[in-house]
Design a protein around this ligand. Structure first.
Ligand SMILES: Cc1ncc(C[n+]2csc(CCOP(=O)(O)OP(=O)(O)O)c2C)c(N)n1
Length: 513
């Protein structure tokens, strides 16, 4: 058995059975092993951010890691933005990065690069397997690291001779470390704050946004009057009927400061104390009042649902608290496109258990209040701010949760960073409906430009404009095998969405907003 074969067997034995891939010469023995050994679903991405972003989306829905296959340092470097976003979303991923043969590296051939160095910035764990005999054991550790709460990026670098040499040994799956429980003192402190103090906010993030954790948080809110919110960007929120109508910390600094101005005590549940995306001249970095008490109930890797249950019990809260009634489901609307109208239309037509991949950027800032009364669904956000996360995460989410419709709310500028993901959606026949928000500009940056105190002139406006030439989204999608149509009214959008849900594959609706 060669090193590559031991790698495939070890990954499969450790429960990794999806590989998002963009291979090159140094990975050919791994490719050959995947060819010989059945069991791995291999999904080709035509740029590495498609590969890494798909692995991110897969983890968020499947809650287990996929492998990526990346070609040498430059292939990894192409996928770094996706890995950055995945790290911020705390997704577990096993990167397999091919590299020069160990004896060839000193010759400094063209693709030789600081592969380990590039991997380190986005990875919790980096290792180069120096011999074929080590590959299996290293792969088992990589999977263990990826599965360690809350989910981590592990990068295994595979010199091509470690792949092709005989002497590979399959390693058994390593145990997944138990999710750490909250410190009992943290539970006691939070209970004391909730009993004795006023104006308390429980800020929920990460795994505190599952339906089960929300039920426990609602017990606490019901018993104490504390308010509940979620972070500004969240990897996955279970939303819709039967879940909490959570509002997120606003993106705009002034709005966030106003929304949190009342807070005297902040209790963090798998969340971080909110800070602005950026610093701006004369504006605060912290979005909550600087004098507020900050208390950590659970760190990001700790068990949020159990901690919330223990806290609710400590407060003597009733076992069940009714979830708030979000009111009637919105009706489909007619007329011109607007952010509120689009949000209500999506809520009106989405199927049960849809997965919303939200990269709506400026247009979608107000989508939340209008979608609370939708059927139960999951909502995925960009947690790292590197745009172009949407189309790849939609690929991974669809593969990670088979049978569920993905609705991608996708701003046009961001889509262009990873547009190749549409081709993978077509090739894999993934049920992804993309609502392409075609405003033909970098709208958010026009606001940011004013935020730093400047008025855009011709040069600045040209750098924020996507027209001239306009991007032909229908042709672009068709050219990659994705059916597509334009809509400029809410009723046309609703009709096309309904049609797309009946199809066995992707569909793109260009919305002329
Ligand atoms: C990788 C990366 N490159 C550049 C940026 C800077 N950036 C932030 S938003 C944005 C434009 C977004 O435009 P679009 O997706 O069309 O959304 P809109 O602003 O029009 O709502 C850019 C270029 C970024 N965040 N990440």
């Amino acid at each position: 058995m060669n090193g590559a074969e031991s790698l495939v067997h070890t990954l499969l034995g450790s429960g990794v059975d999806v590989c998002f891939a963009n291979p090159g010469t140094s990975e050919m023995h791994f490719v050959a092993a995947l060819d010989r050994i059945p069991g791995m679903r291999c999904v080709l991405g035509l740029q590495e951010n498609v590969v890494t972003g798909a692995a991110d989306g897969y983890w968020r829905m499947a809650r287990k890691p996929a492998a990526t296959l990346l070609h040498c340092g430059p292939g990894l470097a192409n996928g770094l933005a996706g890995l950055h976003d995945a790290r911020r979303a705390r997704s577990g991923i096993v990167n397999i990065i091919g590299d020069q043969a160990t004896y060839h590296r000193p010759h400094d051939a063209p693709l030789t690069a600081d592969t380990e160095g590039w991997a380190r910035g986005v990875s919790a764990w980096v290792r180069t397997s120096a011999t074929a005999a080590e590959v299996g054991a290293d792969a088992a550790v990589a999977v263990q690291v990826a599965r360690t709460a809350p989910g981590q990026v592990a990068s295994l670098i595979l010199p091509s001779d470690s792949s092709w040499n005989e002497g590979g040994a399959v390693a058994p799956a390593l145990p997944v470390p138990a999710v750490p429980q909250a410190d009992p003192h943290a539970v006691e402190t939070a209970a004391r704050v909730l009993r004795e103090k006023r104006n308390v906010l429980l800020l929920l993030g990460g795994m505190a946004l599952t339906e089960g954790a929300q039920r426990q948080a609602q017990r606490i809110a019901g018993a104490t009057g504390a308010r509940l919110m979620c972070e500004g960007s969240n990897p996955r929120i279970q939303r819709g009927r039967g879940r909490l109508p959570l509002e997120r910390v606003p993106y705009v600094v002034e709005q966030a400061v106003a929304a949190l101005g009342w807070v005297e005590h902040l209790i963090l549940v798998n969340a971080r104390a909110p800070v602005g995306f950026f610093g701006y001249p004369g504006k605060p970095s912290l979005l909550y009042p600087p004098g507020a008490g900050v208390h950590v109930l659970t760190r990001v890797e700790q068990d949020a649902e159990e901690a919330l249950r223990a806290l609710a019990d400590a407060l003597g809260a009733p076992r069940q608290a009714p979830m708030p009634d979000p009111g009637p489901r919105p009706e489909p609307l007619r007329g011109p496109l607007s952010p509120e109208g689009l949000a209500r239309t999506v809520a009106a037509v989405m199927p049960e258990e849809a997965i919303v991949v939200d990269e709506s950027v400026s247009y979608g800032r107000g989508f939340f209040p209008h979608t609370h009364a939708a059927p139960p669904h999951d909502w995925l956000q960009n947690c790292g701010g590197a745009i172009g996360y949407g189309p790849p995460v939609a690929v991974g989410a669809a593969i990670g949760a088979p049978g569920r419709r993905v609705i991608a709310l996708q701003a046009d500028g961001s889509a262009m960073y990873a547009v190749q993901a549409l081709w993978t959606q077509a090739r894999e026949r993934l049920p992804v409906t993309t609502l392409l928000l075609s405003n033909r500009k970098y709208q958010i940056l026009l606001g940011e430009y004013r935020n730093v105190g400047a008025n855009p002139g011709r040069t600045a406006l040209d750098m924020l404009d996507l027209g001239n030439p306009d991007i032909g989204w229908v042709q672009l999608a068709n050219g990659m095998g994705v059916e597509a149509a334009q809509a400029s009214t809410l009723e046309a959008c609703a009709d096309l969405m309904a049609q797309s849900f009946a199809r066995n594959g992707p569909f793109l609706i260009e919305l002329l907003i």
